[in-house]
Design a protein around this ligand. Sequence first.
Ligand code: RNT
Ligand code: ZN
Length: 422
Amino acid sequence: MSNHTQTIEANYKIAQEQYAEIGVDVNRAIERLAGIAISLHCWQGDDVGGFENAGEELGGGLAVTGCYPGKARTPDELRMDLDKALSLIPGRHRLNLHACYAETGEIKADRNELEPEHFQNWIDWAKQNQMGIDFNPTFFSHPKADDGFTLAHPDKAIRKFWIEHGVLCRRIGAAIGEALGTPCITNVWIPDGYKDVPIDRTAPRRRLAESLNAIFAEDIDPLYNLDSVESKLFGIGSESYVVGSHEFYMGYAIKNKKLLCLDTGHFHPTEMISEKISAVMMWLDEILLHVSRGIRWDSDHVVILSDELEALAQELVRGDLLERVHIGLDYFDASINRIAAWIIGTRCMIKALLMALLEPTDLLRRLENEGDFTSRLAMLEELKTLPYGAVWNYYCLKSNVPADRAWIDEVKKYENDVLSAR
Ligand code: RNT
Ligand code: ZN
């Protein structure tokens, strides 16, 4: 055993004792942590580019800033980069895939011509890695989305095109779920909205509801595919009005028994998703999270271990919601090493969950129920200096991935060996 390993194990022992003093079983926390899959978004690896090669710029009011060298240019490069990232993240996770990452071969297939076979390489890759896949229709970066409207478009022909895309994507999701033996969550997000003040806020919402109903008309076994719908407060170019707002989708999801996708970057900066989860879970069976970090106008900065991320994880653990809340990531940064961006965000998400799993929740709940808010606050603050880092390092060790910051060197090496040649 190396010195480093010995230190990690010794520190873990001490941590175990400290947590046991407050009634926390550290081994149990680690076991539970290992069972939580995070859905890694493929689009961090190539700046939401996809592989259609239609020469279309990133649309839908999404913007990726930065020009860090070495981005994946082909599906194989992207999968290779994902392999690298996954080798430095503890646990077994999922892939969050977008329709624009189809591999259609020589023949070009438009968005309303996509089939499961165009995703066969992804399915094979996931199978090899024993991962599940989640899926997203791509309602942007396309000539038929250039004026900022898709499913709510006033032109029936354009709506029809996008409805067809949605229908096909659910079938692709089902094929993925069936092939991999774990339901695929197919998440609908559309950019539709107005830059400036609209006269009629209702008509586009009626059209969107109708289009969604058409997309969801086909019965699909939830063992294979689950549907979710994602709201947004505003986008670049849709600052005044977004058709698919939170209220719209919250109502739609409840009424039609769909999953609601809460993107942590899609609300007013003072609104916290952590505060909303317990409320929406009153009326919904399951939800999807797009964990991200909003900064001023941007909803998609790399996830870090912020207070809000900790609070989010606490809500899932305290509310016993880990089975009902699916965790996906959604951010994109082209100003730093893209693989590191995946690793930082995912490791932070897992760390936040670990911290939450190490909380003596029963004790805190008892204090609250007894009205002893002094001890509740005091305990919460004291918990912050307990050695969760020792448990994290041990978890990494046991998962055969680098503990601490050791992964950074591996990414630098990959950058020198592989990325710099691109
Ligand atoms: C956009 C939404 C959406 C996208 C991805 C690429 O604001 O968050 O989820 O980020 O579909
Ligand atoms: Zn999102």
